[in-house]
Design a protein around this ligand. Structure first.
Ligand code: ARG
Length: 459
């Protein structure tokens, strides 16, 4: 393409170097913004007509041309041109082809700088809405699973060592809390995304009598950007989104790590249905938990995207710099990866088979009621530190005898502290142990039932 065909060709005396043309182009990835780009352009054209910068018939021709381009793109008919650099100029040049001279008026009073910032915000707002719907679905699956298992006992862990008995529903509610905070973070982020930059033009605003409120209204933005320099320049809203996505993936990676452990032969707490697993090309017996493993792995790329965007923005002088064109791929990748991971879990979690017996056996075998015995002694007026010491010795003895604490005889137990009586066996049971944690936030089955009810309200 000769320079006078490029929308900015006027002051140039030679054609762009072929490599530079493809190096500077973003059409390869920003074409995905076409829908939002056209929406923004239609709102801009409507506003220009409303304030009298273009006539009504001109507006009509521009808008119908833009609608036709939208259709061409959806039908795969538009041939994207690298020489036209990006989605904005591809759409604009196609408009001029379609509607003639009047198409050249669309760009009045705006710049690609406020245009691209508007497109990304519109795009991200839609994606956030869809991602939040997926999060809500997943939160619902977690509550359903929790509700089925309000009295299924399993070991709770610290240091991955059996620590104290808990119920499985309580464990699921822990994931619920993390994931609902992740959803809150997207809500917060959405508020700061939902601000209209259009009208800032290249950086300083425009000389035309624009009506920014009208554009904001048509596009559903809750506010107008307050400063034109900031509006075309900063991408903090995208960084915030990627930070929220990275934190979500970090949570999902922890959850998936547990699913992987729990599905192992060693734990056998859950079974992941075959349709979510793959086999080995050499070991015929293998069934691998690929889906949670991949989600765990994908956390790396999302965190990488966040770091890429932070580094991209670092030290950039005001206002727009071409660096900002590099904002899109990390952002798109965060959106896509988060969507895929949530979608995968929305399939897997309702299909998870829970092995109640294995969980119970694991809770019984790890001396997980030792704290209950110490608390029992405290009620019998033994200071906690002494009680801790006494129970530690009892556990060491039980390990030597290859028995559980509840399998020791009363006289064996009394050998460690004479204040122990028959009632000790109530606190050494798994049910007694969980039921005793009977307060807001505790693992007692009654508390878990109430926590699920409260959680449903928050959905
Ligand atoms: N493709 C560009 C981007 O994504 C659009 C804005 C270009 N602005 C400019 N002054 N070159 O950032």
């Amino acid at each position: 393409m000769s320079q006078d065909q490029k929308p900015w060709g006027g002051r140039f005396s030679e054609a762009t170097d072929a490599f530079v043309e493809s190096f500077t182009a973003s059409i390869g990835f920003d074409r995905r913004l076409y829908h939002h780009d056209i929406r923004g352009s239609i709102a801009h054209a409507n506003m220009l007509a409303n304030v009298g910068v273009i006539s009504d018939p001109e507006r009509t021709r521009i808008v119908s041309g833009l609608e036709q381009i939208h259709k061409e793109i959806e039908d795969g008919q538009l041939a994207w041109r690298v020489d036209l650099e990006d989605v904005h100029m591809n759409v604009e040049l196609r408009l001029i082809e379609l509607v003639g001279e009047v198409g050249k008026k669309l760009h009045t009073g705006r710049s690609r700088n406020d245009q691209v910032a508007t497109d990304i915000r519109l795009y991200l707002r839609d994606e956030i809405d869809q991602l939040m719907a997926l999060q809500t679905e997943l939160l619902g699956h977690l509550l359903d699973l929790a509700a089925e298992h309000t009295s299924t006992v399993m070991p709770g862990f610290t240091h991955l060592q059996p620590a104290q008995p808990i119920v499985f529903g309580h464990h699921m509610l822990a994931w619920f809390e993390m994931l609902i905070r992740d959803r809150e973070r997207l809500t917060d982020c959405r508020g700061r995304v939902n601000v209209l930059p259009l009208g800032s033009a290249a950086l300083a605003g425009t000389t035309f009598p624009i009506d920014r409120a009208m554009v904001a209204d048509e596009l559903g933005f809750a506010a107008l950007s307050e400063n034109s320099l900031d509006a075309v320049s900063d991408r903090d809203f995208a960084i915030e989104f990627c930070a929220a996505a990275a934190l979500t993936l970090t949570h999902l990676s922890r959850w998936c790590e547990e699913l992987i452990l729990w599905a192992s032969q060693q734990f056998c707490f859950v079974d992941i249905p075959d349709r979510f697993c793959t086999g080995s090309s050499i070991m015929p017996q293998k069934k691998n938990p690929d889906v949670p493993e991949l989600i765990r792995g994908k956390t790396g790329r999302v965190t990488g995207n966040l770091v890429a965007l932070l580094t991209l923005m670092k030290s950039q002088p005001l206002t727009y710099n071409k660096d900002n064109q590099e904002d899109k791929e990390p952002l798109f990748d965060c959106v896509d990866t988060l969507r895929d991971c949530l979608t995968a879990l929305n399939g897997l979690i309702p299909a998870l088979e829970v092995n109640v017996e294995s969980m119970r056996a694991a809770a019984s075998s790890g001396y997980t009621t030792a704290t209950d015995l110490a608390d029992y002694l405290v009620v019998k007026q033994v200071p906690f530190r002494d009680a801790h010491e006494v129970v530690g010795r009892a556990v060491a003895y039980a390990i030597e005898q290859n028995k559980g604490l509840e399998e020791l005889t009363l006289s064996e137990l009394q050998g460690f502290c004479e204040k122990i009586d028959e009632s000790v066996f109530d606190v050494l049971t798994l049910e007694g142990s969980v039921a005793a944690r009977d307060h807001h936030g505790g693992t007692a089955p009654d508390q878990v039932v109430q926590a699920i009810q409260r959680a449903r309200q928050r959905l």
